[in-house]
Design a protein around this ligand. Structure first.
Ligand code: IVH
Length: 672
């Protein structure tokens, strides 16, 4: 690999890892497995080592993961000692290399303590005078969220330590809060009934539950805790295992199954044993943590910026299961995208029974040479639906049938089209294909759109009963019709009608977003609204006028033109307008503080002293436009903490002025 290629790959890996960090830490909705994530991270580390000239301090390799994005609702407090991560090992060779590094770093004799790596969310507890004083999440490793009130609702965490035991006056103990499989399944079943998005895995469910605003609701979530790292001012034990026993004698729940191993061979035996037996555990584990057992040796080895030198995590390969592919369903998504979903002979995998798996697209089916009747390997990633990873060709029998990808939409029969860029098949019949119509309603009622108090199941029922077909039908629904819905009583009907009424106050840019015009996302809707001021002006705009708008490219301009060329859309909009929806900007409500940013487009990246939404509002109140990506039209890029390196690079390349939050505030203050 030459320098140019290395640089390009580093940029690519950086932005990919940042996206996955965001999915994982902020959205609690990872798209890839930990294993795949670690591979990307390792590739980036390797490249930065080989090409140090491209290694920047903002690289994802320099950051400690954050379980919980610090949330405004919780007070953020500094950690007394930073909460670090662990280095990872994927093979016995890497474990042996870790042992070699420890031997090199100390002259003292040492053994290892091996324990399970619990797959939950890290917590740091402080006890003072035998009482639970504080519980902090990891946050960014330096500052965490104060979740004490929530943690107090977890039954296994004592509020008071056992009387008469010799605990220190003040100490910290760190561990993991996790959700056992049983509680996880129960929670997700309930969420589905309540029309809420189920959690992708027990880890996300644990971190999501810890973020609940009402501590009382935490109690019912079935969270558990296991503690694995005692930190005291004065030493209270000689070895790590002893410290766990002590903590246990004070009444604390400590890491189960910890075992002393005298050498790498014994560590290997422990790993091999648990790689199989962990499948019988009632909770998720994703590896084994190997720690130097002698605390003075730990102290002499110390820490790197990211992790202790005295410990490493051996990561298990993701669990997979072998089962038979019985048939394939083709699901039509909200945007018309066709997703093949495999029906499998039920098989046990990571604590749950798997019956369905995702196959992504026709190319993947071809690449894997999958046939109906084949035996296939399924693996659980971060998503709810597991993936088929490969075919067990050695198990192939004679009763297999080739997969025939449909040429027509399985729901409405319209011939499918293939989107080359996305390698997906689409049903183009967006206005008449039932799953797409329902999808439009689900988008319309969404929180960021019209924020109507209902979910997917309600839309499903309303559609199946023939009450709704075009968006304006929602506002024609009667109380009597609503009362015919399954389990609906007066109260739910009234709440729904009230929420429809409320939605009439939703500002124009959100109504525009809610219409679900292809490629019109939240930011584009805002830009279009502030440029054209009303739906009529957008509908009658020429291609040139549209293209002159911030961030409107050819694809989007064409999509808008074809949307507004359709009479059915125009009549729906007319009806929505007559019902009272906001179809133009309410200039009286728009608080303009200054015109100092007039004609300027500002892209923000990273974290600021105020939230990103507040930052955007500040730009808009001063007549500026918020850009979602760097382009030739960008006036400034305001770079905050942990700002995206790919954005920085692009801004530098295009010669865009990069300013700090302080400089930005100075610009705003100049005029006042
Ligand atoms: S010891 C200085 N022991 O895994 C770090 N960590 O990927 C000390 N984890 O940050 C951590 N089980 O949140 C330790 N038995 C265990 C663990 C464990 C799970 C988590 C922990 C850590 C992360 C690293």
């Amino acid at each position: 690999m030459n320098k140019k290629e290395a640089r390009a790959r580093i940029t690519e890996l950086t932005s990919e890892l940042e996206r996955h960090n965001y999915n994982y830490y902020v959205l609690s909705a990872p798209e890839i497995t930990d294993f795949q994530y670690d591979l990307l991270m390792m590739e980036l580390q390797e490249l930065e080592k080989r090409f140090p000239e491209y290694a920047v301090s903002t690289s994802p390799t320099q950051k400690v993961g954050s379980d919980l994005a610090p949330t405004a609702q919780f007070e953020q407090l500094p950690h007394k000692y930073p909460m670090l991560s662990l280095s990872n090992s994927y093979s016995m060779d890497e474990v042996a290399a870790f042992s070699g590094r420890v031997s090199k770093g100390t002259d003292l004799p040492f053994t290892f303590s091996c324990e399970l790596k619990f797959d939950g969310t890290a917590i740091c507890l402080t006890y003072k005078h035998g009482k639970l004083f504080r519980a902090l999440t990891r946050g960014d490793g330096t500052v965490g969220d104060d979740v004490t009130r929530n943690v107090m609702q977890i039954p296994s965490i004592p509020h008071t330590l056992k009387e008469g035991t010799n605990y220190p006056d003040e100490f910290e103990i760190r561990g993991e809060i996790y959700m056992p499989y049983k509680a996880f399944d129960k929670l997700n079943r309930q969420r589905e009934l309540d029309e809420e998005q189920p959690f992708a895995n027990p880890r996300n469910a644990a971190s999501g539950s810890l973020k609940l605003l009402d501590p009382k609701s935490v109690r019912g979530r079935g969270l558990e805790c296991t503690l694995y790292h005692l930190i005291t001012q004065e030493p209270v034990a000689q070895t790590h295992i002893e410290s766990l026993h002590l903590a246990s004698s004070w009444g604390l729940p400590v890491s189960e199954h910890a075992k002393e191993c005298r050498n790498v061979e014994e560590v290997e035996q422990y790993i091999t044993y648990w790689d199989t037996r962990r499948k019988e555990l009632p909770y998720a584990t994703d590896g084994i943590v190997i720690k130097v057992n002698q605390l003075p040796v730990q102290t002499s080895l110390g820490y790197t910026a990211k992790s202790p030198r005295w410990a490493t995590a051996y990561k298990f390969k993701p669990e997979e299961a072998l089962t038979k592919l019985l048939s394939i369903d083709y699901q039509v998504g909200r945007t018309g995208a066709i997703t093949p979903v495999a029906n499998l002979e039920p098989v046990q995998l990571s604590g749950t029974k798997v019956k369905r798996a995702s196959l992504h697209n026709s190319e993947q089916i071809k690449l894997m040479d999958i046939h109906i009747g084949d035996y296939v390997y399924v693996e659980k990633g971060g998503e709810i639906i597991p993936k088929i990873t490969r075919v067990a060709l050695e198990e192939r029998g004679f009763d297999i049938v080739p997969v025939e990808f449909p040429v027509c939409c399985p729901v409405c029969g319209t011939p499918l089209v293939k989107d080359e860029e996305e390698a997906k098949h689409f049903c183009p019949n967006s206005d008449f294909c039932p799953p797409q119509i329902k999808g439009k309603f689900i988008h319309f009622i969404g929180r960021k759109a019209m924020d109507i108090n209902a979910g997917e199941a309600t839309v499903e029922q309303l559609y199946n009963k023939g009450y709704i077909n075009v968006l304006s039908d929602l506002y024609k629904l009667t109380r009597e019709q609503l009362l015919t819905l399954d389990k609906w009583k007066e109260k739910s009907a009234d709440n729904f009608l009230k929420s429809l009424e409320e939605s009439k106050k939703v500002p124009f840019e959100r109504v525009l977003f809610a219409l679900g015009i292809r490629y019109v996302g939240e930011t584009t809707a805002k830009n279009l609204a502030s440029e054209f001021k009303s739906i009529d002006a957008i509908a009658s705009a020429t291609r040139e006028q549209l293209l002159a708008t911030e961030e409107v490219g050819e694809k989007l301009a064409d999509s808008l033109l074809s949307y507004f060329a359709d009479d059915r859309h125009l009549s729906t909009i007319k009806e929505l307008k007559e019902t009272g929806l906001q179809m133009e900007i309410d200039l009286s409500k728009k608080v303009i503080e200054s015109e100092i940013l007039k004609g300027k487009t500002i892209v923000i990246s990273g974290n600021f002293s105020i939230s990103r939404d507040e930052m955007k509002a500040l730009i808009e109140r001063n007549s500026g436009k918020v850009g979602s990506s760097i382009s030739g039209n960008t006036t400034y890029m305001v770079a905050g903490d942990k700002c995206g390196p790919s954005k920085l690079e692009k801004a530098t390349k295009l010669g865009i002025e990069i300013i700090s939050e302080e400089e930005f505030i100075k610009i705003l203050n100049k005029q006042n």
